[in-house]
Design a protein around this ligand. Structure first.
Ligand code: XMP
Length: 517
């Protein structure tokens, strides 16, 4: 049984961060909509109420009846969560005279309170609210104040219920993680045993139970998430898992062959489908990036479904959906506002049920689980690669010749990044590949004049793109060493027939994007 903390999401942008911090403490947690507290879950050890974009006195504010939770589990309300508990118990919440944003210090706090164990004097906390609690019921005790906010934190007398008006989950709250640790470990009694190994054990047992002897289909992309999901399922149900890996012909050089080989070495039951001819034919003459994406998406579903239909006794479709993929798909009322690309497109008559073993994990956790499962490092540490593949890196129409040129240039760049090592401040050696978030080559729709030997040339130009990022939402161009760029440029121009010019993209996101299309 996996003990867990439940985070009730009232819609704050930092809810996900609360989850992250708790996982970093090796405590498992789940974020659920504010009104979807799990029923009959014996594993719940404590509850956190998140912040919210609303004010508690707004007519449309999210409200929830805590009577079934209070007294049963320890509760920590953060920002709106704290205001909601105070307000719904007869306290007053009003617009703050000066909106309280940013840095503040806990001038006084109750050092003996369990929430503040090992918290430093005058510790910095981060405020972000337009409202403030101006009075609390008699049985609420103030346990911390700042110079502007008298009721910065409270505890209900004789109960394990706390409220903090600041955000312990954000980086700028210096002892925020300590406070969260005090709550989840000391108060809730969580054992900090969540680890990749424990995740694998629990999930394999759960999958065995969930799927039993049924047959499962899974679409592999070569990426980290689907690979980890496949190996996890393989461990649980072995040959009852059939994986389908579609080659749309727009993968990196030799990628289909290499990755298929890796999958086979991992013991997976994989069907590799080379459908590149179909994709090339349907993409002929198409230049609009969104049209390319649509055609590829449609063809992919067609090819995948044709294979899936052959597995007539399949009962489940497994996907490598991870937690951040679902954030966009779910809002706090539980309604779907945008479908993630992993979801949908299945033939309905197959009546498949969805199995998503990684749906609560963050990307770095998926990698940890993958390592735990013995997946080789070159699969785990792979850069993200867009679903439509090189189609969105060939500006203009797509031909087999252009794909070939791009694959060759891209291979030189990526191999170069893997081979070029530098030392960091601690003397640790890492490859440029591991230092960047994502890299690739773009084939530009221009030709330019060059000279090779005594010959005038008129050939293509490519752009190298490498970025640093933590989540692909924002990115900076990677400051690769000049000597490295010089070597790659030389190699590409000398070895890839049809290219006589190499440029380096020095745009950040925003305002640019990572891909060019
Ligand atoms: P942009 O170009 O929007 O890319 O900065 C952000 C991240 O998303 C990837 N990307 C895609 N992934 N299908 C995908 O599966 C797509 O159509 C697609 N377009 C961009 C991109 O490689 C980067 O990691």
């Amino acid at each position: 049984m996996q003990e867990k903390i439940i985070i009730l999401d009232f819609g704050s942008q930092t809810t996900q961060l609360i989850g992250r911090r708790i996982r970093e403490l090796n405590v498992y947690c789940e974020i659920v909509p504010y009104n979807k507290f799990p029923k009959d879950d014996d594993c719940v050890k404590g509850v956190i109420l998140s912040g919210s974009p609303f004010s508690v006195y707004d007519a449309s504010a999210f409200k929830v009846d805590l009577s079934g939770i209070r007294g049963k589990y320890p509760i920590l309300g953060i920002c709106y969560g704290a205001q909601f508990i105070a307000y719904s118990n007869g306290g007053t919440v009003e617009p703050a005279g000066t909106r309280e944003y940013g840095r503040a210090h806990l001038g006084t706090f109750d050092k003996g309170n369990a929430l503040f164990k090992d918290v430093r004097e005058h510790t910095q906390v981060w405020m972000s609210h337009g409202d403030t609690i101006t009075s609390i019921p008699d049985n609420f005790n103030i346990i911390a104040s700042t110079d502007k906010v008298k009721i910065a934190a409270y505890q209900i007398e004789g109960e394990q219920v706390w409220g903090v008006q600041f955000h312990p989950e954000v980086f700028h709250s210096e002892d925020g993680t300590q406070m969260l640790r005090n709550f989840v470990v000391d108060v809730c009694g969580c054992s900090q045993s969540w680890s990749a190994a424990s995740f694998v054990d629990t999930t394999v047992a759960e999958l065995k139970e969930q799927v039993g002897n049924d047959r499962v289909i899974l679409g592999l992309s070569g990426g980290v998430d689907s690979s980890v999901a496949a190996v996890l399922l393989n461990r649980a149900i072995g040959k009852n898992l059939t994986c389908i890996f579609v080659d749309h012909g727009l993968l990196r050089k030799d990628e289909f062959k290499n990755v298929l080989h890796d999958y086979e070495c991992l013991g997976l039951n994989v069907i590799g489908v080379d459908a590149s001819e179909k994709f090339f034919k349907d993409l002929e003459g198409v230049t609009d990036p969104e049209k390319k994406r649509k055609i590829i998406g449609r063809d992919f579903v067609e090819v995948f479904n044709a294979e899936a239909r052959k597995i007539t006794d399949a009962k489940w479709l497994a996907q490598g959906t991870i937690y951040p993929d679902r954030i966009e798909s779910l809002n706090i009322t539980g309604k779907t506002i945008k479908s993630h690309h992993n979801v949908g497109g299945l033939p309905e008559e197959m009546h498949l049920q969805l199995c998503e073993p990684l749906k609560w994990l963050f990307k770095d956790e998926v990698r940890r689980v993958g390592r735990q499962l013995g997946i080789p490092e070159h699969l785990i540490g792979r850069h993200p690669f867009p679903g439509p593949g090189l189609a969105v890196r060939i500006l203009g129409d797509i031909t087999a010749e252009k794909v070939h040129i791009l694959q060759e240039a891209d291979d030189i760049f990526i191999r170069g990044l893997r081979e070029w090592k530098t030392k960091d401040e601690s003397g640790r050696e890492t490859s440029l590949y591991d230092q960047v978030w994502q890299a690739g080559v773009i084939l530009l729709p221009v030709q330019s004049v060059g000279v090779m030997g005594d010959e005038r040339t008129y050939e293509r130009a490519v752009a190298l793109r490498a970025v640093t990022s933590t989540d692909a939402m924002t990115a900076d161009w990677a400051h690769l060493p000049y000597e490295f760029l010089a070597q790659v440029s030389n190699d590409i121009i000398n070895k890839v027939k049809g290219v006589n010019r190499v440029t380096y993209d020095i745009s950040s996101k925003p305002p640019s994007t990572i891909e060019w299309e």
